[in-house]
Design a protein around this ligand. Structure first.
Ligand code: KET
Length: 451
């Protein structure tokens, strides 16, 4: 056999196969191009899009304020919309203690980027439960608490709500009127049905305590009640310790299920322990509850999306079964949580020096907010602005619920480039000594010129 012939004949047969294949592929490509030209004209109208019926959604009432602010070219613009801490210079703040913790993490070459377990970083979970329930909490000692790391406060609320929708006999959750704007959406989408309870009395600018008690009293037995652990958003109005005790008794006697939202531990009083007191009162009675914790504000870890959901149960066995079900909620939602924020928090909470440093920085943030309250109150008084503005110094936490109406808010945004939510809430944490006069001028003008 002629080897050349053999090779050339095999070569020519493989060439043939390749050229058939090439013609075929080119043909397919050309056909598909022809199809796309004839069947899917792309220029001009969107009428052929399968999404052409999709209407533009509204911006978020809180985060949309920042979107509008970012588009404003004015040099005097001021964002008092979102609850995010700013320095006296108006800049976002990364806490020193967070920088230190991050440095420790970077220097530790043994750290890897493996997946965390579905429930998150174990150290972080233990330390988070301890931070809220206290070092000597019987619930922790008896292993009756399950804590899972979640995507900040919002993610913790969502996971808790989905768990309740699946495994709790009552699907109705009562939220305060008013409350954080995202609450009704989070709970509805998780499968709960949302009702409100009376909370704020616009006439007194204080708590409608009787309304709250009446509404809890007439709620169906077992209903879930959402409670802001401290520094109620948006009103800045919290029950007193005595009122909390009455609320606790009513909640327990009616078998209501408390779901605490703690987004501001340390921001109300400047003390982490004092702000945890209402939750601790409920844990001390041995009853069950849920808790969503966020480190966005009190550690300034907004974008790290770090928080925790705890469920306090009657026994260790129930807690461990509850945890197994939380894993089934989390795994198909986002599989497991991110590692960086949890590592920062754990590093700070487990080291006595870093922890102490954190409490000092936290207190400084809380104190600066309080001093802004006094400055704004004085500035309005100096201008003789009509009305009683003492609620500015009485309210607690990041926000002042001014009482300004949506028209007055729109006026302040248009004429003074001051951005805030339309319910009249302003983030005191976004103010500085330099911007207080501008805000006071705007409020004065709004109150005297817009009704
Ligand atoms: N609960 C409350 C009461 C709350 O005010 C916020 C955030 C959250 C939970 C959720 O925070 P997270 O970043 O998921 O840990 N409130 C501010 C920011 C926002 O609306 O997202 C705010 O009211 O401005």
């Amino acid at each position: 056999m002629n080897p050349e012939l053999t090779s050339s004949s095999s070569c020519s047969s493989s060439d043939r196969r390749i050229s058939v294949l090439a013609r075929h592929l080119v043909g397919v490509e050309m056909d598909s191009q022809n199809d796309s030209i004839s069947a899917f004209p792309t220029s001009g109208s969107d009428s052929n899009s399968v999404f052409s019926h999709v209407v533009r959604g509204p911006e978020d009432p809180i985060l949309g304020v920042t979107v509008a602010y970012n588009k404003d070219p004015s040099p005097v613009k001021l964002n008092l919309g979102v609850g995010a801490y700013r320095t006296e210079e108006g800049k976002p703040l990364v806490l020193n203690v967070v920088r230190k913790a991050e440095q420790l993490l970077v220097n530790d070459r043994s750290r890897v980027k493996e997946y965390l377990p579905i429930t998150g970083l174990a150290d972080f979970n233990k330390l988070s439960a301890k931070l809220m329930f206290g070092a000597n909490s019987p619930a922790i000692q008896e292993n009756r608490v399950t804590t899972v790391q979640c995507l900040s406060g919002t993610g913790s609320l969502r996971v808790g709500a989905e768990f309740l929708a699946k495994h709790y006999h009552q699907r109705t959750i009562y939220i305060p009127q008013p409350t954080w704007g995202n609450h009704p959406k989070v709970f509805t989408l998780a499968g709960l049905s949302v009702k409100t309870y009376r909370y704020y009395d616009p006439a007194t600018r204080g708590l409608n305590f009787q309304g709250l008690l009446d509404d809890f009293g007439s709620a169906p037995s077992g209903a879930i009640v959402l409670l802001h652990a401290c520094a109620h958003n948006p009103t800045g109005v919290d029950p007193t310790v005595k009122q909390w005790e009455q609320i606790r008794q009513l909640v327990r006697s009616k078998g209501l299920m408390p779901f605490f939202d703690s987004a501001y531990q340390g921001f109300a009083s400047g003390s982490l322990d004092a702000d945890a007191q209402p939750v601790r009162m409920f844990v001390a009675d041995g009853g069950e509850l849920l808790l969503a914790q966020s480190y966005a504000k009190n550690m300034g870890l907004y974008g790290e999306r770090i928080g925790a959901l705890s469920i306090v149960c009657k026994t260790a066995d129930v807690a461990s079964r509850v945890e197994s079900q939380l894993k089934l909620v989390i795994r198909p939602m986002y599989s497991n949580p991110p590692i960086h924020g949890a590592s920062i928090v754990a590093a700070i909470l487990k080291d006595r020096d870093l922890y102490n440093e954190w409490t000092i920085e936290l207190k400084a943030m809380a104190d600066r907010i309080i001093s802004m309250r006094h400055k704004l109150f004085e500035a309005l008084r100096a201008r003789g602005t009509p009305g009683d503005w003492s609620h500015i110094i009485k309210q607690i936490g990041m926000f002042t619920f001014t009482g300004l109406n949506p028209k007055q808010v729109a006026f302040m945004t248009k004429e003074y480039h001051i951005y805030m939510t339309s319910d009249g809430r302003i983030s005191m944490a976004g103010l500085s000594s330099k911007t207080v006069p501008h805000l006071a001028d705007a409020i004065h003008a709004a109150v005297t010129r817009v009704v």
